[in-house]
Design a protein. Sequence first.
Lengths: 284, 776
Amino acid sequence: MIPQAFDYTAPKSLDEALGLLAKGAKPLAGGMSLIPMMKLRLAAPDHLVDLRRLKDLNYIREQGAAVHIGATATHYDVENSAVVRGKCPLLAETAAHIGDVQVRNMGTIGGSIAHNDPSADYPAALQALEAKVVLKGAKSERTVSVADFFVDTFTTALEPGEIIREVIVPVEDSGTGTSYQKVAQPASGFAIVGIAVRVRKSGGKIGMARIGVTGLANRSYRAAAAEKALEGKAGSATEIQNAASLVAERVDVNSDLHASADYRRHLAVVYAARALMAALARSA
Amino acid sequence: MATTITKPETLVGKRIRRREDPRLITGTATYVDDIKMPGMHYATIVRSPHAAARIRSINTKKAAAHKGVIAVFTGKDTQKVGPVPCGASLPGLRVPHHHILAMDRVYFAGHPVAVVVATDRYVAADAADLIEVDWDVLPAVADPEKALAKGAPAVHPEWPDNVAFNYHQEGGNVEKAFSEADVVVKQRITSQRLIPTAMETRGVVADWRPADRQLNLYSSTQIPHLMRTLVAQMLGLEENRLRVVAPEVGGGFGSKLNVYAEEALMGFVAMKIQQPVKWIESRRENFLCTIHGRGHVDHYEVAAKRDGTILGIKLHIIQDLGAYHQLLTPAIPTLSVLMMPGLYKTQNVRADIVGVFTNCVPTDAYRGAGRPEATHGIERMVDVLAAELKMDPAEIRLKNFVTKEQFPFPTATGLTYDSGDYAAPLKKALDIVDYQNLRNEQAQARKQGKLMGIGMSTYGEICAFGPSPATPAGGWESATVKIDPTGKVTVMTGASPHGQGEETTFAQIAADELGVNIDDILVLHGDTAVVQYGIGTFGSRSTAVGGTAVYFALQDLKAKIKKFGAMLLGSDDVSFSGGQVICNKTGKSKSIQEIAAASYRAMKLPPNTEPGLISTHFWEPPNFTFPFGAHIVVTDVDRDTGAVAVRRYVAVDDCGNILNPLIVDGQIHGGVAQGLGQALWEQAVYDDNGQLVTGELMDYAVPKAHMMPRIESDHTTTPTSVNPLGVKGVGEAGTIGCSPAVVNSVVDALAPLGVKHLDMPMTPETIWKLIARSKS
Ligand SMILES: Cc1cc2nc3c(=O)[nH]c(=O)nc-3n(C[C@H](O)[C@H](O)[C@H](O)COP(=O)(O)OP(=O)(O)OC[C@H]3O[C@@H](n4cnc5c(N)ncnc54)[C@H](O)[C@@H]3O)c2cc1C
């Protein structure tokens, strides 16, 4: 539980940070994932660059038809931001499910998605929200969709020297109903299964359904078959059940001490139905 | 002249806030890791990654050459240090020699192999990574039933059957009871391995003063005095040259009722390097190397009449001991046998224990230590019997209880239950939940296909350890009470509280007895240089035994105060109350302060009286105490996921007289949390190679605040006559009463599906599978 020696810099500007990162330093945000890994000596970075003191990464603002969330916004910030609550409530609801108060006070959205734990909560919501991630290097900046960003277990589209600058979430259309439903692993609190749902009806029929799934597989994903099954439906209990039963279609489901693959798959179906019900009840 | 404010009220029985809490809440308490000394070095222990292996060689050169490292020791260096002690003795017990560092073989993952000492803990940790051990990995066995099977790997090659001991106990006539039975119910019941998970891990600071020939050992322990005696022997040091201090101790739950390799090892290191040394256990080491609890596989048989009268009980216990005996390892399952009849009258019992070595960390005392297993077993069996006979679980219990009139009650296992009214807490709990209506509601819920369960346990426990002949190390407790010349009071107890709140309760006792303000009282403990001698804090003993010692020391002191008061007042007709000795004739009085000053000034002394106000009492209890109670749990099981929700938790506990209801409730709450942990979430899982899979808090599920139900806590009060305070003990009650009530509740919820038993932890997945099976 004692990390190896490392250097630490708290840079004054984003450019300074990016300069250090280009030389191989590793970003430190809330430290809620990185520091435990260092203490267990599973990670041994030589140099940490602390991003949390950079004002230009810590913001939440509405801009055009989207909410821009700076990488170092904490889970607590996201959970309690009036902008997020008003404009993309699914994300605020999801943030509230992460860890405990201490973790939410320290952990950041950038750190969570960069770490890309396959059981983390945010990815489910970000998938359902079709969010974008802005990646910045010393000389470049690019925007990728979350579908492309989350590559594999603990692996993202980040290139060496790049950081997450912000996450862009579209402002929710009024009338959309959303819900995040999670089965927490009893020891860690991470999601055994987490399902984020957005649904919108028009003319009594479901016009749009988005289902983001975490905890089930090597990476978060959108349950496209289930989404499709709902479109044009009124949303009866049977229709929901049928759609929910598709959330884990063709997925190689994780299995561990806390839930076998069969049980996880089953929970995904049950929780997809619950999330769909809750979201539909909230939709106009 | 000093004036005394006469204390207006008695404090015993009041909800006094804990006097130790401000320093705990504000983070200003001094734990072992807060101790800093000039020249202090840090130790890191290199541990075996394998559960069973031969050590071909250990290369310490690179580590020793690492900058900042001042010493590296292996088993060769420490082999003269005495073995880690086992304080329990059983006929024919096989005791492996437990070196403080492995010699040529390791027996469990985490087994200490070497120690690196450096100028700071980062350097020590880096250097530990440089130690190269050439391992010859051997097959391991981590499951006690598998260890008993033919052909299983031998944990200790000298005992290929892996059996450490067989123990047999019998009372009454079991065969006759079973032959006369209308029904016999049988069930295999497990009590899984648990990790005690004290908030503060263990830690040791050792400080050797060569010029004084004095070793000061600071350790996070529940038993500083026993540790002094035992570690002095291990190190070959005269006991009066060793001082053990238990500073603030952040919980123990039995896991610190022990003497570990690291305590002697740090003493050894400090004496070698002639500098202070600190070792702080990491959470991972705590999970791997500090004792675990439970680890039972029990086979029960209960014989009964058709009307529900229990005739006899047979029990076969397979106890997972782990690789070694720690201080009390083999004794723990014998406590289960003592308590196997529970609160029931039956006089015919038979028990066999087989103690089994496995390649795991040893098991030992964990909150309840043998009694939760016993209570879980008998309380499950009573429900199994009730189900078989289609009787109400409350009714069958009421039918079999030892009745109020039968106390003191001799049990079939050789105990004498002191006092009790077992029906009282059950009836109270049934009233609180409105039992009849609850059953009606359940019937309705079942019609709608809902899985609602009502479960109860009526537990009894053996506490206040205990009469010395019945304990491994003496069962008395000691107290010294002294009053300074200025009238301030110090209580020194041999108990070693580490979260239980005796700094408050003992001060309450002293304040009432002496009639002084509670703020004038200081309670000291946990330092062998300060406290006479003592046994320690465990087995719900501190207040019933240690508090009683305080009470008797106070009586002696009061007598002396009266003598001085009488002398000063020039009258033999005096009484002592409200901190004053009062002349019954004139009404004139002398305060404790005046008397204290006079007793030390000693211008004049009463006849046959020494100067000063100090009194020491060692109190030997004539019996154990036997608290009891009833817990009722209402659960709802989610049909779709198997998840259990605890809707209501009612705990009615009878721990005799209550000195401080706030503290008693706290003990119940904490105890129930750990019982729920066992029932629903916690289990130490080893894989077939002896690797601890639940090696971290990320995988070992201790309950967190948000997982706890509200606990409706209530009491009945049946004082004991074993001690003058009438107190029985409550530290383990919540844990002991809890797990069977929860399991009985969930089994009741699933009864419509044909479920008759569930082992712990009752994970949603296990329950979901049962539900799924009942559908197919
Ligand atoms: C007790 C506990 C419980 C938890 N429970 C949950 C839970 O229920 N659900 C859940 O989702 N999570 C949970 N977490 C994880 C938590 O959400 C972490 O905060 C999060 O995963 C990491 O965020 P961080 O800001 O702490 O990042 P850090 O730990 O500082 O960094 C994590 C990784 O991201 C990199 N990084 C950080 N910021 C950036 C950036 N801007 N650009 C590029 N790379 C970056 C770091 O270099 C590092 O590799 C829990 C953590 C703990 C300790």
